[in-house]
Design a protein around this ligand. Structure first.
Ligand code: ADP
Ligand code: ASP
Ligand code: MG
Length: 409
């Protein structure tokens, strides 16, 4: 007997036909005594469509985060009802449950909630009755009982957290690609499927833009020590295992992959005085508004006049808030100008093998130079190196870096 959590993303359940074929595959592969919990996303682009609908009321709908969650949670609810009907139509008992019904409790950060606890007794009860349990991903509820979503891509996190809370034997993430690749296969045709990757490398890839897994889901996997199998909904090929360590054959990689993130805005505050406390004023104001700041560069413009520029990046999702904050701060600091550039992309290489391997940075910069791409900001972590570039050259830049580290065999 195995208890398995299987998550299906939006493209896997985009139509009722796709739902029927998912249900058929599950029943074909299921052993008699297996207990199956399905976690599903909203159908196809439903979440985007719901956001557009809200924009018809107000151009900045995230000003009403509670109402956004009331709206967005409906997408997953449609999927679970239909998929449960699909199983029953095929002759297997099934029951659909929302996030709150499986005891998924969150904080009150509407639209980017964090899971506080899961008390999945109802899931065990339904499994013991012989049901396949179909759970709405992406959602839970706060102490008031309000629906709260877990941020875009949050069904991954629902699945891994539920697998942890249930003590599941495995967690499988089914999607529209065959696993985690050395770069986004939609951008890099020669990208290679990765057989095994550690939680820490996958977390870094995900944070740096590899949208195949929500970063928090990888954190959950590490906390619960659950191996995560990322694989295709549409083929039976084995995918990528995300786990704590590698088997020996996989240890030789220096770079595991190239990630890119177009959801980035560059903000430059020009002509501020170079005195103690200035950086604190800027970043404290942003932190108080809950804006996550990423790359930061301070550059000296005029040594005699003690004038400096501060350049940093934020996620496009926080741009409205960041603009409001910077208007006030720029006045306080008497800055000469605030420049905002939305059309930028962060490209990164990730790999634990970078530690103690000199020359990796030079190779990445060389690849960009050969492709004629200018680097605007560089930042590093222990296992990654990132360059900010102007938009418009993303495909060439990502391919050039990928070719450097993963030459065609
Ligand atoms: P789902 O709806 O199943 O959650 P997503 O669209 O969220 O699917 O994630 C799958 C997509 O992630 C792929 O179609 C692919 O374009 C993208 N992606 C980005 N980086 C990677 C990567 N390194 N490996 C695999 N897929 C990636
Ligand atoms: N439907 C949500 C989204 O599109 C959650 C998910 O698919 O994981 O972000
Ligand atoms: Mg996803």
């Amino acid at each position: 007997m195995a208890l398995i959590v299987k998550k299906f993303g939006g493209s896997s359940v985009a139509t009722t036909e796709k739902m029927m074929s998912v249900a058929k595959r599950i029943l074909e592969e299921k052993k008699d005594d297996d207990k199956i919990v399905m976690v599903v996303s909203a159908m196809g682009d439903t979440t985007d469509e719901l956001i557009s609908l809200a924009k018809g009321i107000n151009g900045e709908p995230y000003k009403f985060p509670r109402e956004m969650d009331m709206l967005l949670t409906t997408g997953e609810q449609v999927s679970i009802a239909l998929l449960s009907m699909a199983f029953q139509t095929l002759g297997h008992p099934a029951v659909s449950l929302t996030g709150p019904m499986v005891g998924l409790q969150t904080d009150s950060a509407y639209t980017k909630g964090r899971i506080l606890d899961i008390t999945p007794e109802r899931v065990h009860e339904e499994l013991n009755k012989g049901n396949i349990v179909v759970v709405a991903g992406f959602q839970g509820s706060n102490s008031l009982g309000d629906p709260v979503t877990l941020g875009r891509g949050g069904s991954d996190t629902s699945a891994v957290a539920l697998a942890g809370a249930l003590g599941a034997d495995s967690c499988e993430i089914y999607t529209d690609v065959e696993g985690v690749y050395s770069a986004d296969p939609r951008i890099v045709p020669s990208a290679r499927k990765i057989k095994e990757i550690t939680y820490s490398e996958m977390l870094e890839m995900a944070r740096l833009g590899a949208g195949v897994m929500q970063p928090r889901s990888v954190e959950m996997g590490e906390i619960f020590k659950i191996p995560i199998h990322v694989r295709s909904t549409f083929t039976k090929a084995s995918g990528t295992i995300i786990q704590g360590d590698y088997s020996m054959e996989e240890k030789s990689f220096v770079i595991r992959g190239v990630a890119h993130d177009e959801n980035v805005t560059k903000i430059a505050v020009l002509g501020i005085s170079d005195t103690p406390g200035i950086a604190h004023k800027i970043f404290d104001a942003l932190a108080k508004a809950n804006v996550d700041v990423d790359m930061i560069v301070q550059s000296m413009r005029n040594i005699e006049k003690n004038i400096t520029d501060m350049v940093f990046t934020v996620s496009n999702d926080d741009l409205t808030k960041a603009k409001e904050v910077m208007e006030t701060v720029a006045k306080e600091l008497n800055a000469s100008k605030v420049l905002i550039e939305e059309n930028v992309t962060k490209i990164s290489i990730v790999g634990a093998g970078m530690l103690g391997n000199p020359g990796i940075a030079a190779r990445m910069f060389g690849a960009l130079a050969k492709a004629g791409v200018n680097i605007e900001i560089i930042s590093t972590s222990e296992i990654s190196l990132s360059c900010l570039i102007k938009g418009g050259h993303v495909k060439e830049a990502v391919n050039a870096i990928h070719d450097e580290f993963f030459p065609n065999r």
